[in-house]
Design a protein around this ligand. Structure first.
Ligand code: PHE
Length: 453
């Protein structure tokens, strides 16, 4: 098809503000919220971590989210073109372009490890169904770690992502995020209602909600900061590309705030589910602590403790298991579609490809990485997770704040925000945010980065 690269004003976009909020919240809400967050809470003294995490989400992740969305909406283009066009002084263009290329590469790497984990989750969703149909060998195979299973399930997860992204921004991403996100919230609430009525749950609730202030130290603050950053999909262009599809009449700081609140609320709810579930499991005699008294590793928690817990609930456990892993699959899928959209938007707009060709090509490339990772899982998987989430995301996020702060003049920022918020100049937001992302945000991120590495 000979459609020219999409340019303003014919550029596709989200059809409504709610559609945007659900899609961006869909990107933010993922394995980071439903798994990593509750595990970090459990490991870091419960409620003390929760308080610090909430503070840092507002103080750091929110202003950085506004910066990333703003760059995207201002440029009305894919992240590479957006960052390239941003500096007034062309001396900076190679630097910002390189940052964007690194972000695109990093999000492809994130997509590859996410596909593997997302695949496992799909496997755990399918396995109880197969068991119901008495395909016990196949069900067991899906739950047992092997390179072949890892690859096959990752292919399945990638195809699901591809199918949504192929549908385009409005009919694919927006439609599916708007359906899946409410479903996710309903499932989450139903599961919370179920788990909190089980014996042992109250112990878990106490651990989650009663803070032990003595647990707050620098390492807790640093993990909370890193968690907030990963959870809001910052620093790799996902929010930038969604920002480019946001209508000019939307009030950007407000919708960013709604996304931030939804992400935080769902993490909070996931905590209400998982932490009591851990104590319910403990009550049923399932071990959740390692020999040293620490909680066992997070991967083991989701893939061993929870299936064991569901198993111990008898026939009632089967629908609960299916609901839980469905919920995880949905959360993972609405995040992975935002990952795929970043390279796809670049190929459509910069190489003139059509959407189907671009998304198929990226998925094939990502599956090559997946094949490599599944064939020598042990060194590669951990290395990719560390490289992307611990180095690339904080470092690139710091650069995005600096670019929005210093390379995009105050006036351009003001004009862009004004389009959806005419009175912004008189607001408290405008009095704080411009210098905040110039100085405070980058400094805070630099501190996390230096202290962590
Ligand atoms: N925020 C997602 C999660 O919590 C992960 C993600 C990271 C999504 C980077 C997009 C980009 O799981």
């Amino acid at each position: 098809d000979t459609e020219p690269p999409t340019k303003t004003p014919s550029r596709a976009g989200f059809s409504s503000r709610l559609g945007f909020v659900l899609a961006a919240a869909g990107s933010a809400v993922g394995l980071g919220n439903i798994w990593s967050y509750p595990t970090q809470v459990a490991e870091n003294g419960g409620a003390a971590f929760v308080v610090i995490y909430f503070l840092l989400t507002i103080l750091l992740a929110y202003p950085a989210l506004v910066a990333e969305l703003l760059i995207g909406r201002y440029a009305q283009s894919n992240p590479v073109s957006a960052l390239e066009k941003l500096p007034e002084n062309i001396v900076w263009q190679p630097v910002t372009r390189l940052t964007a290329l690194i972000a695109v590469l990093m999000i492809c790497l994130i997509f590859s490890f996410y596909s593997i984990v997302g695949g496992w989750i799909m496997g755990f969703t399918l396995s109880p169904l197969l068991e119901l149909l008495s395909f016990n060998t196949a069900a067991h195979w899906l739950e047992t770690f092997s390179p072949a299973r890892n690859l096959l399930l990752a292919v399945l997860f990638t195809i699901a992502t591809l199918a949504v992204v192929n549908g385009g921004v409005k009919d694919g991403i927006e439609r599916w995020s708007s359906r899946l996100m409410p479903l996710l919230i309903v499932l989450l609430l139903a599961l919370i209602a179920f788990v909190t009525t089980q014996p042992g749950a109250m112990e878990g609730l106490k651990h989650y909600l009663v803070p032990d202030i003595s647990r707050i130290d620098t390492s807790l603050v640093l993990s909370a900061l890193g968690q907030a950053f990963f959870s809001m999909s910052l620093g790799v262009g996902a929010m930038m590309v969604y920002g480019s599809y946001l209508s000019k009449t939307s009030n950007l700081p407000t919708v960013a705030f709604q996304v931030c609140m939804l992400d935080t609320a769902i993490a909070f709810l996931a905590g209400l589910l998982i932490i009591p579930a851990l104590f319910v499991a403990l009550n049923l005699g399932i071990n959740i602590y390692s020999e040293s008294g620490q909680l066992i590793h997070s991967d083991t928690l989701v893939f061993e403790v929870l299936p064991a817990l569901f198993g111990a609930l008898g026939s009632f456990g089967v629908p609960v298991a299916i609901a839980f892993f469905c919920l995880m699959s949905i959360a993972a899928l609405t995040s992975s579609i935002s990952m795929l959209e970043v390279p796809v938007s670049c190929l459509i707009e910069r190489a003139g490809m059509n959407r189907t060709k671009a998304s198929t090509l990226v998925c094939l490339g990502v599956l090559l990485i997946v094949a490599l990772v599944t064939s020598s899982f042990d060194p590669l998987f951990g290395a990719i997770v560390t490289l992307t989430t611990q180095y690339a995301q904080p470092l690139n996020g710091l650069l995005f704040c600096l670019y929005a702060g210093w390379l995009m003049g105050r006036n351009r920022k003001l004009q862009e925000i004004r389009k959806g918020w005419p009175e912004v100049e008189q607001s408290l937001f405008w009095r704080i945010w411009p210098w905040y992302i110039r100085i405070v945000c980058p400094t805070l991120i630099a501190i996390i980065f230096l202290a962590e590495h």
